[in-house]
Write a protein that binds this ligand. Sequence first.
Ligand code: SIN
Length: 301
Amino acid sequence: MQLYPPSHYDDAANGFTLLQTVPLAAAMGAEIRGVQVPSMSDAQFEQFKAALFRYKMIYVRDQNLTLEDQERLTLRFGSFGTDAYTKGMPGHPNVQHLLKEATTRVDRVFGEGWHTDSPFLATPPAVSLLYGKAIPPWGGDTWWSNAELAYEFLSDGMKQLLAGLRVHMTAREAIRLTVRRDDQGKEIVGDMQMVLKEQEEMIRGNFHPLVRTHPVTGGKSLYVDTIYAQGIQGLKDEEARPLLDYLARHVTREEFMCRLRWTPGTLVLWDNRSCMHKAFNDYDGFKREMFRTIVNGEIPA
Ligand code: SIN
């Protein structure tokens, strides 16, 4: 399978003169070098954003960020997105604290299972930012898959079949699989207290195009995952299920993926319009602490 020609990664051809991009995998992902997030100039930020849209997921190592630095970077992309799961941190309502203590044992962690962020919302997040503070010595990697590349690799016949279909995105399965109750009856995931304010609305969800078009680049991508995509408008469940299962398998083929090993101080950004991601629960005995912010998106088209 020929994924991208080598020129796809050429900094000079891509116009990146104020930073360097170092691809993580053939399908997607790139490390950005030569930037310090808090002091990025506007010109450098434009290239940073362009790199995100090109590689779908980018990361910067060795950043010493405060919550305010992360909030400021988030706001350079747009307004804060709605987080449907938590109420944020004291004094930082738009920062989600992802924490699993060394002593915690759970069957599932937040973000486990292939997904795109909160697609059950009418305007799902455009971009997510995740900053790693305490990182296990091994395990706790995150995986992403390139949903635009997955779309490109479908046959013309399948592309025609999917054109115009709308997928039902609902949080029903995510809540059933991930959320449990602690001794006081509070809803939690790992060590995080959930605030499922709009649970009924999250379960009702929204119908979005199964093939969506990126609002900036015009690239088409599959908008389907294993957690939230639970039906197709106008199709019976027994008709929709095999198609969704096939597409979810296809979009998460190994060829379309990259995998990041975190280090303390790594900041990752991903574009929810064009990639899926998944967390792993393979670091019992070690603390993992991250801070997450999201940028508001648009109605998928
Ligand atoms: C997420 O899905 O946002 C969390 C990813 C991770 O913790 O690796």
